[in-house]
Structure formats: C-alpha cells, structure tokens
Design a protein around this ligand. Structure first.
Ligand SMILES: [Zn+2]
Length: 323
C-alpha cells in the first residue's frame, strides 16, 4: 500500500506507531469527505492488526492471516454493513455482530469488527453497540467508517477515537490521478478532481466509468435551462433514471454555481452562464442546494422523483428569469 495512496502515508504511519506502542484506541472512527480514502485506510489497518508477522510497519502479505484476508475469508473479521435493500443497519444485525466478536479467535489472538457506513446505524442499533464500544474485551478492535459524522449519535462518537482523513493537496492528487488515467486528457482529470472537491478516489471512480461524462451532461443541461434552450421534459426523464446520483450532481452544481456567483467561476463552469451577483441568485442557489440534498435523502424512498425533480427545476429556472 505504501505507494498506492501516497496521501494516506502519514496517517498510516501514525496508526502503525500507535499500534506498536499499544496506544491505538479500540474503536478508531475514520472521518472525512466521500472518496478521500477512509475505507482504504481502515481496510489496511484491519490487515495490519490481523497480520501475524508485520514487516516494517506493513502487513507481511504472506502469513496465514494475510492469505485469509486476501481471500476475503478471515474467520476473525466481522463486517457490519447495510443489508441489500435496507437503508439502515438494524439492531438484530448488531446483536449478531457482537456475539461473533465474543467468540474465541481461531487464527491469531485478535478479532476485528468493521462498521461501514457507521452513520447508518439506526438509533436502536447504535444503542446496542454502546457497551461493546465502551468496554471492548482485550484483543478486539472496532473500525468505523463514515462520510457523515453529523448523522452519528454523540453517544457513539464520544466512545471512538476520531481519525480525520484529509483531502490531499491538489498536486499530489493530480499526479496520482493522471498516472492512473494516462489514457485520459489531463484536463479531464482536473475537471473530475474539481467536481469531486479534491477527493481522489471519487474522481478516480468517475474517470474509470462514465461518471465524469454524466456529470458534464448534467452541467450542460443546467446551462441550457439558464440560456432558455433546454428540453426540460427530456432532462427530467434522464435525471430520473438514477435519482440518487442525479441529486448528488444537482447539489454539487448548486454549490459550484454559487461559487461562480460569489467569487469566480470554477474551471468546470468556465463556459457556463453564471447569473450576476446581488439579484437573488445566491438565495435561489442555496435553496437549490438544500432541495437537492433533501431529494437525495428521499431517493431510496417511495416518493415520486419526477415531481421532486420538477419542483427543483422550477427553482433553478428562477436563475434564468433573474439574469
Ligand atoms: Zn501477514
């Protein structure tokens, strides 16, 4: 891992040292923006904890524990995740998880539980976990990962050790991205990184699939609405195909357009129409941002997405009227 994600090196070394000096808390909570590498770091820590013969601060990759981890079948690692078709981690899952963690380890003398995404523990599930977080037995660790610390109850966060994973400096992120996507224009990498707010793994995912192109298509659609040249029915139909993703883009573009109004247009909006400041555009964009977040929250629920998107678009259209 040492060179795969260079911006995680410092945090990795710090975890390693804490573990060696037996002062790594039993419940590290990995925090930070989506796509910054929290989960990668947590998975690395789990391999490091489980490895029977770590070498120079890294899991050796060769011992029995490392082979089991590589095969995804280490019997002393337990994962608490969302069940398919569920929006929350449920209390029964937590009970099973706690029971598993109390079994005698079968490989080394350590057991680890991973909770991802930790912010999806519902209230009962979080409560059921408190005692385990409070009084972990000897060689047991819990690693929690969240994009959204605010959604975790304080009763949980106060029992964890916060490990904030920061967005790397743009030069580091760009060097990493352009090496991975040598087939892409450097410009594409820059736009993806800007849209991802500097989070390299998010930009990477978009560049690996059609994500960047989908984002840019949504940008162009929004620009066309402002220029009065959009086929709005077609836009809604398109956005509705993947509502959760569309809402994320609409929220992100509301932010970027607001940045354009208040300061200067970001590179990704260099050719987009930007409303003038001081004519209410700021308020409309803030409202659009809030509505998009709310839309995203409702995306998995039985709600008419086309209505929500219509209503969002009529708010967005006010920018054209004002400009
Ligand atoms: Zn090993």
């Amino acid at each position: 891992m040492s060179n795969s994600y260079p911006w995680l090196d410092i945090e990795r070394q710090s975890l390693n040292q804490a573990l060696d000096e037996q002062r790594l808390g039993h419940a590290p909570l990995f925090l930070g923006s989506p796509g910054v590498g929290k989960r990668v770091l947590a998975e690395w820590l789990v391999r490091r904890i489980m490895c029977l013969e770590p070498f120079e601060g890294e899991p050796c990759g060769e011992c029995h524990a490392c082979s089991l981890m590589a095969g995804g079948a280490h019997p002393d690692l337990f994962r608490l995740e969302l069940l398919e078709d569920k929006n929350e981690i449920l209390v029964d899952q937590v009970r099973d998880f706690i029971a598993s963690l109390s079994l005698t380890p079968s490989v080394g003398n350590r057991r680890v539980g991973m909770i991802v995404p930790a912010d999806r523990l519902n209230r009962n599930a979080a409560n059921a976990l408190l005692k385990t977080l409070e009084e972990p037995s000897g060689e047991v660790w819990l690693a929690l990962v969240t994009d959204n610390e605010d959604r975790l109850p304080v009763t949980v966060t106060s029992r964890c050790q916060r490990r904030y994973v920061a967005v790397p400096d743009p030069a580091t992120a760009m060097a990493w991205l352009s090496e991975r996507h040598a087939d892409r224009d450097r410009r594409d990498c820059e736009l993806a990184l800007e849209l991802a707010d500097g989070a390299p793994l998010l930009a990477d995912a978009w560049l690996s699939g059609a994500g960047l192109e989908i984002g840019l298509a949504i940008r162009d659609g929004l620009g066309a609405v402002l220029n009065g040249r959009a086929d709005e029915t077609a836009l809604i139909a398109q956005w509705q195909e993947t509502p959760a993703e569309s809402w994320r883009w609409l929220a992100r573009f509301s932010q970027l357009w607001l940045h354009g109004v208040l300061a200067s247009p970001p590179a990704v909006l260099a050719e987009a129409p930007i409303p003038a400041a001081g004519q209410g555009a700021e308020r409309v964009l803030e409202e659009c941002w809030k509505q998009a977040l709310e839309g995203g929250r409702l995306a998995g629920r039985p709600v008419r997405q086309d209505w929500l998107l219509q209503s969002w678009l009529s708010e967005w259209r006010k920018l054209a009227a004002g400009g």
